[in-house]
Write a protein that binds this ligand. Structure first.
Ligand SMILES: [Zn+2]
Length: 848
């Protein structure tokens, strides 16, 4: 028993030992194999990590997948692991899981497969093998599996986003070889950077995958991503080389010399600051300019010794009261001006010059059309690259809008109703010997607040106003009642213009809310008495009418004949005295009108308004002086224009010498009436409102183009008054390259929405098929035409906005492609050289 038991025990021991030994060997063999495999994996990994940048790896680690096993992470996070598996699956244990998981990595796989492949393929030949292994399978996988995976994990798109961001260089490089579905032409340096053939397949896979991804509405469009990666500076541009290099005929040379003289004449007249604002104030801080915390604070600046005196309708300034001194700021006298005006009028009537200008203008138009045919797609592409910016958030200035019509009809209606409800017992007007409350006024009109509607308000322009400026003006009377106009739309009434001030503040708030819309409101000084200025200034200052989105222009209605008839004035000189003497007083001694001094800091222009279609007699070279103008007839437009210009010129010179802001001459001109209005403003005006009559004179139109005089055009307003919308020359002027902007003129009478300026742009865009690029160019024009400060313009349209051509453009702010401005600049330069017979000297900066 014992021996048997011993035997058994020994046998068992032996067997166990054999088993143990064999097990050991088996185990060791397996271990070796495993180690081998592990080494192989390690080798592969090292090779690949050399290729990958450390940054890349770090980024990958920083974004682990939130869900799923380690195999998912390996399979989907990067290519090297996957290739290792596919290469090393020869009898190892990995086999069990490897293929299963590779097949089971549905969504991330194609993108993650292909992207690093595209990337690495440019570097080492070792990776060619891996890519050739993977390529056959990957095109299928995205389509088959993407949806299943994506429906499981919502966080997928975020990963895809990081992948795209991570691999943007790969994107650009692979896209360099545009496949058939690549819509856009690519940049040459991208193609150069990647000469190899392999990535073609990879890039096309990226595209096909992304396209399928788009079906799920979450993936970034690779084309869009591609566009966003591009630098806006790299815009390419098909330049026009079709300019005739013909030598102008002797006749043409003669005409060009005459045109040169006209341009030089303008240079002699127009006021330009001696030192440009961008030289005076260098903007180093790129952040938003701080709003003025105390726009109405006044600090005494002291009186200067300047002495001024009105002589023949123009104020002359001397250094002091000692008459032996020379006049400080001489300006062309009336006779010289009217002589020059007649010269211009002769030029624009000359047949050969008309023919030449007509031809040049047509050529300009055709060049622009050709530019659009060649470059419109490129322009749009450039706009896509401008981050953040689009038509809605580029700055646009309403360059021509009358303050008393700055609210729309619905706004005015709502305001009247709310006043009637909240302040019915406010005494608002003195009529026929009695004071009336607001309630009594409406009772006298047999109206209640409930009755009121926009139709009853009847302030909107309609068919009856066409060619009837008088009827249009009557539309300023709500419900046809001048007493309502006095209560709600005047600033010198019984309530000191409180209602108008409140209404104005609401309009300011709307502008501020829109953020990107600005306005230059034109407000009237009539010239009936000198105190008008102080009255206006106190209205502005006391009501604190200030907005960062608003500056003011003063408009002077040309109504001498009316005042003369009423016996308010005896001669035209009275009007000039009333308008200009207070301005010189406050400039010499700000203490004399402190509020006016403060207000003038926000006044950027002087305007002339009224019905231009009234018949008038063309001034001769020798006109009576303003003091001699005592008859009942209204002086001609150019007579008004000269005396306003001359006094303003002197005033500006004086203000400039004292370091004060200047006031530009920006009259209404060429809305209707004679062509000499436009000739007079060609000589004198900084820029003008309307100018639609330039369509009648090719020579003046060409001169306005060459001088790049700003035109604040209002086609909707013209449509109500003087010219049907479809006949408006705006689109042609724009094509030809005139410096045009869009403006509203009278939102109360014309527009329907809360954003009248956008309404104006919108209708123009629809009717004339203006592209986003066109609209942004017009918006940019509006900012440069406007009188806003240098600091604001720098912030709104770019730090170097004052440089000509593309150098002055910042697409990130204006959304205008450099291509467009380069084209405009090149064509304008060619044209100037043509006119100056190759001898034009063109400064680098725009006119001040
Ligand atoms: Zn107007």
């Amino acid at each position: 028993m014992d021996a048997y038991a011993l035997h058994l025990a020994v046998a068992a021991l032996m067997g166990a030992s054999v088993v143990a030994v064999s097990a050991y060997y088996m185990h060791r063999k397996t271990l070796t194999q495993l180690l081998e495999f592990a080494k192989a994996v390690e080798r592969e990994r090292d090779e690949n990590s050399d290729i990958e940048s450390p940054h890349h790896l770090k980024k990958r680690r920083a974004h682990p997948r939130r869900k799923g096993s380690g195999y998912y992470r390996r399979g989907s996070a990067s290519l090297p692991d996957v290739t290792a598996i596919s290469v090393g699956i020869d009898g190892s244990e990995e086999r069990r899981n490897g293929p299963l998981h590779v097949d089971g990595i549905p969504a991330g796989l194609p993108r993650l497969h292909t992207l690093p492949e595209g990337k690495s393929s440019g570097h080492a030949s070792a990776t060619k093998r891996t890519s050739s292994l993977i390529r056959p399978t990957s095109p299928k996988s995205p389509v088959a599996s993407a949806s299943a995976f994506e429906s499981v994990e919502g966080s997928d798109d975020e990963d895809n986003m990081t992948d795209t961001a991570k691999l943007d260089t790969a994107y650009l490089h692979t896209n360099g070889n545009a496949g058939p579905e690549c819509k856009y032409e690519n940049l040459p340096d991208h193609i150069k950077a990647n000469g190899e053939q392999l990535p073609i397949a990879a890039s096309s896979m990226i595209r096909s995958h992304s396209v399928s991804g788009d079906l799920h509405g979450v993936q970034p469009d690779p084309i869009a991503a591609d566009i966003l990666r591009r630098e806006p500076e790299q815009e390419n541009f098909a330049r026009l080389k079709i300019s005739p290099i013909e030598v102008p005929s002797p006749d043409e040379v003669e005409a060009y010399v005459v045109l040169q003289e006209c341009l030089e004449l303008r240079k002699r007249y127009v006021f330009r600051e001696a030192v440009a604002p961008w030289v005076k104030e260098v903007i180093s801080d790129p952040s938003t300019p701080r709003p003025n915390p105390e726009p109405f604070s006044y600090t005494s600046e002291g009186k200067s010794d300047h002495y001024f005196e009105m002589q023949d309708g123009v104020i002359h300034v001397y250094a002091n009261k000692d008459y032996t001194n020379e006049e400080l700021f001489p300006v062309a006298d009336a006779t010289t001006f009217f002589t020059d005006l007649h010269h211009i009028l002769r030029v624009i009537a000359a047949g050969n010059i008309r023919t030449l200008c007509h031809h040049r203008l047509n050529l300009l138009e055709q060049k622009f059309n050709l530019h659009l045919m060649l470059n419109a797609d490129r322009e749009f592409l450039a706009q896509k690259t401008a981050p953040h910016r689009d038509f809605y958030n580029v700055r646009k200035v309403d360059t021509h809008v009358h303050h008393s019509a700055c609210m729309n009809q619905k706004h005015l209606l709502r305001f009247i109703k709310s006043k009637l409800r909240k302040e019915p017992d406010e005494v608002v007007i003195f009529r026929d010997g009695t004071y009336l409350t607001l309630k009594e006024v409406f009772e006298s009109l047999e109206l209640t607040g409930y009755d009121l509607n926009v139709d009853l308000l009847d302030v909107h322009a309609d068919k009856s106003t066409f060619h009837r400026f008088d009827k249009f003006n009557l539309k300023y009377n709500p419900c046809g009642q001048s007493r309502l106009r006095e209560i709600f739309l005047k600033q010198d009434n019984l309530i000191q213009g409180r209602f108008l001030a409140e209404l104005t503040k609401q309009v300011f708030a709307d502008l501020a809310a829109s953020k990107y819309q600005m306005a230059e409101y034109r407000i009237s000084i009539y010239g009936r008495k000198q105190s008008e200025w102080d009255q206006m200034a106190s209205w502005i200052v006391n009501n604190e009418l200030y907005s960062e989105n608003v500056v003011w222009l003063i408009q002077l209605p040309r109504l001498y004949n009316v005042y003369k008839e009423m016996g308010i004035v005896t001669s035209f000189q009275n009007i000039l005295d009333n308008i200009f003497i207070p301005l010189f007083e406050v400039t010499v001694d700000p203490d004399s009108h402190p509020q006016l001094h403060v207000f003038l800091k926000q006044v950027v222009g002087l305007d002339l308004v009224d019905d231009e279609s009234k018949p008038e007699r063309r001034p001769t070279k020798h006109m009576p002086t303003p003091a001699q103008w005592t008859n009942v007839f209204n002086p001609a437009f150019s007579y008004y224009a000269y005396y306003c210009y001359a006094n303003l010129y002197t005033l500006n010179k004086l203000r400039e010498s004292k370091g004060m802001t200047t006031i530009k001459f920006r009259p209404h001109s060429g809305e209707a009436g004679d062509i000499d209005h436009l000739a007079a403003t060609f000589l004198t005006a900084h820029n003008i409102a309307h100018g639609i009559n330039l369509r009648k004179s090719p020579v003046l139109q060409y001169l306005y183009y060459l001088a790049q005089i700003g035109l604040a055009m209002s086609p909707l307003s013209n449509n109500s008054l003087f010219l049907d919308y479809h006949r408006n020359p705006f689109p042609i002027f724009f094509l030809r390259g005139l410096n045009v902007s869009l403006s509203t003129d009278d939102p109360l009478q014309i527009h329907l929405t809360k954003e009248p300026l956008v309404e104006e742009y919108s209708i123009a865009a629809s009717v004339w098929k203006l592209s986003s690029c066109d609209l942004c160019e017009i918006a940019r024009n509006s900012v440069s035409q406007s009188g806003f400060s240098h600091a604001l313009k720098s912030h709104w349209i770019g730090k170097e906005y004052y440089k000509r051509g593309p150098d002055g453009n910042d697409i990130r702010k204006t959304n205008v492609p450099h291509i467009r401005l380069e084209f405009r600049e090149a064509i304008w330069r060619e044209e100037m050289q043509q006119v100056y017979l190759g001898k034009a000297v063109i400064p680098r900066e725009v006119d001040k």
